[in-house]
Structures are given as structure tokens and as C-alpha cells.
Design a binder for this molecule. Structure first.
Ligand code: IPE
Ligand code: IPE
Ligand code: MG
Length: 240
């Protein structure tokens, strides 16, 4: 059966398990993050090849600041390296980069690279690759509320304007449909503050595999599983 027509438009991935992948091999955690970037590149490439419209990756949460300073520094350096090395590849593949989260808290150098990559890919329309960095779902909702209140106080909107569609205009994901499928590897069965508003009706796919071991074949398996699910959205199956 060809399930491709039932494939998701938007897949969000919590890239987890890098540290445990490294520990299992007696390596420092940073090597796990390095291996994680290789997996990330494979998944981006595969997603683009199959024509996925939106791929969203959780790279650094608002809670990840609790980690040791050295690990944070390593993660930021890897992000810089990724942006520098992959920008041409993103452009060649017609991928548009979006950043979800509060970048203002990141090092100036990282901010500059992010702006450069977002600007230089802004006109691409092959796939939207959103990377969540210093992102937290609760943080995003509070930020939206503050902006809405400010707009109401400034007379730009009225309370009666607030509905779900209006609210979504204030989220980092503005203009991007909610994820159809959320994938979390590493064996954890939780959301860890990812896209809280947007996942209200998402399908979930969990795996025990650590992120650096995650392959395009596993990704495809997740999409195939998704294609067989019946998304009722609170309604009844059309065959019933
Ligand atoms: C995910 O891997 C990467 C980030 C959160 C930045 P982890 O570093 O959380 O790996 P584990 O969960 O400790 O194995
Ligand atoms: C979630 O992973 C965040 C990212 C993958 C960026 P964590 O490793 O930070 O989540 P917890 O601590 O297991 O909830
Ligand atoms: Mg983790």
C-alpha cells in the first residue's frame, strides 16, 4: 500500500539521548552531541528528499541552561559550526530556516549567524526547517500573552479579537501549521516543554533509540505508522 499521500505535512522531533549515547561508549557528552548533529543532517536531507513541508527540531530548551557551563558552551559552538557549514547546503536544497525561541539570550556571535542563515534562506520555499533554540512552550505562551496585552493597551486589537487563530499569530510558530507528528527518541515518554500549544492534536511516536543512532529508515517507519493512524479530532470515523 502506498501511504505517501497520508504522510504528515509537519514533523517535530525532540532530539534526545546524545549524552547517554556517549556515556554508553565511554565518551564525553560533547561527542554525543557531535554524533547528534550527523543524525540531524541525515534527517534534514531525507525530509527534504521525500518532500516534507515542515520539519521542526528541538535543539536547546529554556531548561537546558541548567546544564554545566562547559556543556552549554559546547552546544553553542556546535550550533555555530552547523550554521557555518550547512548554510550553502540549505540554500542549494531550497530550505528555509526559522528559529523558534528567544535568541536574544544567546551569544552575539550565535545571534549573528542565526540572522545570516535566516535572512539568506528567507525566500526558499522547498521545506521550512524550524530549529527551537532557547525555546520553551510555557515561555512562548507567556510571551504571546504579553504581546497581546501590549497590542490591546496600544489600541491595536480588542479583547473580542482573541480567538485561537489570533493567538497563534503571536507564537514563534506563526504561519506554520501545528505538527501532525511528534517524534521523541531516547526512551523518555515526555514532552519536556516542547510546543505545548501546537501539539494539542498531534500524533506521537516514541523510540528507545538514542538520537545519534536515529536513521532515515526509522524516520520513514514513524511516517508509515503515522499514515495508518485514524485522526478523529474528537469526531467519529467516517466509516462508522
Ligand atoms: C539531547 O541530548 C540534546 C540536548 C538536550 C541539547 P541530551 O544531552 O539530553 O542527552 P541525554 O538525554 O542526557 O542522554
Ligand atoms: C529535551 O531534552 C530538549 C531537547 C532535546 C533540546 P532534555 O534532555 O533537555 O529533556 P529532559 O530533561 O529529559 O526532560
Ligand atoms: Mg536528554
Amino acid at each position: 500500500m502506498d501511504n505517501k499521500t497520508k504522510y504528515p505535512r509537519h514533523v517535530a522531533v525532540i532530539m534526545d539521548g546524545n549524552g547517554r549515547w556517549a556515556r554508553k561508549r565511554g565518551l564525553p557528552r560533547v561527542q554525543g552531541h557531535r554524533a547528534g548533529v550527523i543524525a540531524l543532517k541525515e534527517i534534514v536531507k531525507y525530509s527534504r528528499r521525500i518532500g516534507l513541508e515542515y520539519l521542526t527540531l528541538y535543539a536547546f530548551s529554556t531548561e537546558n541552561w541548567k546544564r554545566p557551563e562547559l556543556e552549554i558552551k559546547n552546544l553553542m559552538n556546535l550550533l555555530l559550526e552547523y550554521l557555518r557549514n550547512e548554510l550553502e547546503e540549505l540554500k542549494t536544497n531550497n530550505i528555509k530556516l526559522r528559529i523558534l525561541g528567544d535568541s536574544s539570550q544567546l551569544q552575539a556571535e550565535v545571534q549573528q549567524q542565526l540572522i545570516k542563515a535566516v535572512t539568506e534562506t528567507a525566500n526558499n520555499d522547498g521545506m521550512i526547517l524550524s530549529v527551537a533554540i532557547n525555546y520553551g512552550g510555557r515561555d512562548e505562551i507567556i510571551r504571546a500573552v504579553k504581546h497581546i496585552v501590549a497590542d490591546i493597551c496600544a489600541g491595536k486589537a480588542g479583547i473580542e479579537d482573541i480567538d485561537q487563530k489570533f493567538f497563534e499569530e503571536y507564537l514563534y510558530t506563526k504561519g506554520i501549521p501545528s505538527p501532525d507528528l511528534v517524534i521523541r527518541p531516547s526512551g523518555e515518554l515526555r514532552i519536556s516543554n516542547f510546543l505545548l500549544w501546537q501539539i494539542a492534536y498531534s500524533e506521537f511516536w516514541f523510540s528507545d533509540c538514542y538520537w545519534p543512532d536515529f536513521t532515515a529508515e526509522m524516520f520513514e517507519k514513524a511516517l508509515e505508522d503515522y499514515a495508518r493512524r485514524d485522526r478523529r479530532y474528537g469526531g467519529v470515523n467516517s466509516a462508522d
